[in-house]
Ligand binder design. Structure first.
Ligand code: CA
Length: 289
């Protein structure tokens, strides 16, 4: 009995030691993370004070007649435009604004039941608001965990711009992919977002800019360019998404070219704090869903 009691006490002590050491490791990780997180954005950045809301616009898979994702787009709480909200973003509050948008998108998408559907949540992303990818994602991770929102159901849309350092952007993209998020290059074919980025990083999907989609049914040159882009993306095993589809004619051409993922007013406008019920066009080529 004495031996057994001693043995039990020993095991209990060993378990306590293991627990304490595990707790110390977690504390240490937390301290490292909070130290890392205190980079320029956290330390010096001002809070973004304006209350925000989100609209959600559906991205459809017209092959399977299913909603692939809902893109969260920032608005004011009374529906003020994205332009109005973005005009209040400065170098000082950019970090806080980006964090506020991600948290708001996940919170609202959860309230709207998105996590219980197969559709993804698509979040626009400001590369200039990220200093250190792994530290700056901390709040997104804790918010997703809090709401039980699966990371592989979150899609981050990145766009290149004049101000973005490509090496920095590539570092963020690679980190986010490693963490299990889906990634998309946004506005592909417009301005700076182009082939160079694609040669260096292959995301889950590429959003082809609406400038190329507009009037594609009457514009042979645009059709020719789009065919080339679709061919490249198929070769690279990157999904193609055409955004800004506004008419049946545009939709029909894209459908004939085999584009499966589409977004635009013709298929569903953004709704403030609600998930839009999509419009399923009848192509005449397949059964309507
Ligand atoms: Ca976008």
């Amino acid at each position: 009995m004495g031996f057994e009691a001693t043995s039990v006490r020993l095991e209990t002590t060993q378990a306590q030691v293991a627990r304490t050491s595990r707790r110390r490791r977690v504390d240490l990780q937390d301290r490292i993370m909070s130290k890392r997180a205190k980079c320029a954005g956290c330390q010096d950045g001002a809070g973004f004070q304006l209350p925000i809301s989100m609209t959600f616009q559906p991205i459809l898979n017209v092959k399977t007649n299913s909603v692939y994702a809902h893109e969260a787009l920032v608005r004011g709480v009374s529906g003020e435009s994205a332009g109005h909200i973005l005009s209040k973003v400065s170098d000082e509050n950019r970090y806080s604004f980006d964090q506020t948008c991600r948290v708001k998108a996940i919170e609202m998408a959860t309230e709207l039941g998105l996590a219980r559907s197969p559709a993804k949540l698509s979040i626009n992303f400001l590369p200039n608001a990220v200093y250190e990818p792994r530290a700056c994602i901390h709040k997104t991770l804790t918010t997703a965990e809090k709401y039980n929102f699966p990371l592989d159901q979150i899609l981050f849309e990145f766009t290149e711009s004049e101000q973005v350092d490509t090496v920095h952007l590539l570092k963020i993209l690679a980190s986010y992919r490693d963490m299990g998020f889906n990634t998309a290059i946004d506005d592909f074919g417009a301005g700076y977002a182009g082939l160079d980025l694609l040669t260096r990083f292959q995301p889950n999907l590429v959003k082809i800019d609406m400038g190329l989609i507009r009037d594609i049914d009457t514009h042979a040159i645009k059709r020719s360019i789009l065919k080339g882009i679709l061919h490249i993306l198929r070769d690279l095993d990157v999904a193609a998404l055409c955004e800004g589809v506004e008419t049946y004619g545009e939709f029909d051409v894209l459908h004939d070219l085999g584009v499966e993922l589409m977004q635009g007013y013709f298929l569903g406008r953004p709704s403030l704090a609600a998930l839009t019920r999509p419009v399923w066009p009848d192509t005449g080529h397949r059964a309507a869903g």
